[in-house]
Design a protein around this ligand. Structure first.
Ligand code: AMP
Length: 418
């Protein structure tokens, strides 16, 4: 019997995995520059956490969660996103008591039983940040600017930032009634999916991608025009901060996000380069969530981005982050005498922080050079008895083809010069 990975999941194999490392490293350095610290939460949680934190009427909770009963009879779920877990952890460890503002970032796998297609997986990876403890519009602007900084830092420029305000319970409740009654007038022209949403989650009808829904709702009232004074002022200030930061955006009254706990600022980063899976990142404010999950009322805002989609964008642009050569060394042994010496040199270089590898199959010198090329080694060291007896080695720069005899005692130094 041959086993295969589960539909919608994939192996990340070398050399792809090295690219993931490079990208993750860069993400970490961006988040840390903004003073966000990493949080790692478990891959599974109580089902109720997500049902409550994400909302019963969302696609995620309604149909996409991997939920199972463990042997003790508890209902558990593989995390379909990270925010609920971060908040659960924040509450559990009383983190809010330590500092008025807590800033976290995460990178890790999440699970959703969606229909797999290009750019859409069942196990995929999200990176993102959350800031807990401030209601000031400046933090909204910071979060949004980190989201776009990520794409700018990777020179992914074919994206668009869309922002909106989805108000608060005060303005949203009355608006929902207005929207519902307008949607009822065109209900026959909506798709079956949207018809179902009119009652339970009418805002979602507005962000349907289906042409029929778009057409039927083109004159629908937008929440943006029904905001209460506080939400409206907040949105104006967020825009002013973004202008100050020279972050380009368009205001799109149809960005609603799928999740119930969002308040005020909502935003998406989208691209035209990935076909129908056009969302790169999404985020927003969730001032009601911490209380909803049993904590003290705490303001919060964050975003989540898809790692696979960022990788697809980087592949398309042949990003130079991947072409910067690494200083890897391959050691070629000319004779049996040299093999143990090669191993010793490899270990010596590794301890000096240089990546080194060698042949472990007693192959010919030619085959060893082929292997060095296959492994993209930048430098080859050739070890032979004659050279060794003189305290020397041959060093070949594989980029330029130049070759030189160097002293064994100066090996690391010579390599570092290349
Ligand atoms: P969401 O939590 O749905 O707002 O998703 C945040 C980001 O995760 C999206 O903007 C996408 O980049 C990515 N994403 C969402 N669902 C998937 C999926 N099934 N496969 C791959 N990436 C996804």
């Amino acid at each position: 019997m041959k086993f295969k990975s589960i539909t919608g999941t994939k192996d990340i194999l070398p050399p792809e995995s090295s690219k993931w490392h490079l990208v993750e490293e860069k993400l970490r350095s961006i988040f840390e520059a903004y003073n966000y610290s990493e949080i790692r939460t478990p891959l599974f949680e109580e089902t109720a956490l997500f049902a409550r934190g994400i909302g019963q009427n969302t696609d995620i909770v309604g149909k996409e969660m991997y939920t199972f009963q463990d042997k003790g009879g508890d209902s558990l779920t593989l995390r379909p996103e990270m925010t609920a877990s971060v908040i659960r952890s924040f509450i559990q460890h009383n983190i809010g008591n330590d500092s008025p503002l807590s800033k976290f970032y995460y990178i890790g796998p999440v699970f959703r039983q969606e229909r797999p297609q290009a750019g859409r997986f069942r196990q995929f990876h999200q990176f993102g940040i959350e800031a807990l403890g401030s209601q000031h519009p400046s933090i909204d602007a910071e979060i949004i600017s980190v989201a776009v900084d990520v794409y700018n830092a990777f020179e992914v420029l074919d994206y668009e930032l869309k922002i909106n305000s989805i108000g608060c319970p005060v303005c949203r409740t009355s608006y929902k009634e207005i929207l519902k009654s307008e949607l009822m007038k065109v209900i026959d022209r909506l798709t079956a999916e949207s018809q179902k949403r009119v009652e339970l989650n009418p805002l979602r009808v507005l962000d349907s991608k289906d042409e029929r829904d778009r057409e039927a709702t083109q004159n629908a009232p937008l929440l943006l025009n029904y905001l209460c004074q506080e939400c409206s002022d907040h949105f104006e200030k967020v825009k002013n901060f973004l202008d100050e930061l020279e972050v380009k955006y368009t205001v799109d009254g149809r960005i609603v996000r799928g999740l119930d706990y969002y308040t005020k600022t909502a935003f998406e980063v989208i691209t035209k380069s990935l076909g129908s899976q056009d969302a790169l990142a999404g985020g927003g404010r969730y001032d009601l969530l911490t209380e909803e999950l049993g904590g003290k009322p705490t303001f919060g805002i964050g975003f989540a981005s898809g790692m696979e989609r960022l990788m697809l964008m980087l592949e398309k642009s042949e990003n130079k982050i991947f072409s910067e050569p690494t200083k890897s060394v391959f050691i070629v042994s000319v004779d049996d005498f040299s093999r143990p010496k090669s191993l010793k040199f490899a270990n010596m270089l590794r301890r000096d922080g240089i990546s080194a590898d060698m042949d472990f199959n007693s192959r010919s010198v030619k085959a060893q050079f082929r292997e060095a090329n296959r492994k993209n080694a930048r430098i080859v060291i050739v070890v032979s008895k004659d050279d060794y007896d003189r305290g020397e080695l041959t060093l070949k720069n594989m980029t330029t083809g130049e070759q030189a005899i160097v002293k064994i005692t100066a090996l690391t130094e010579e390599i570092n010069k290349i």
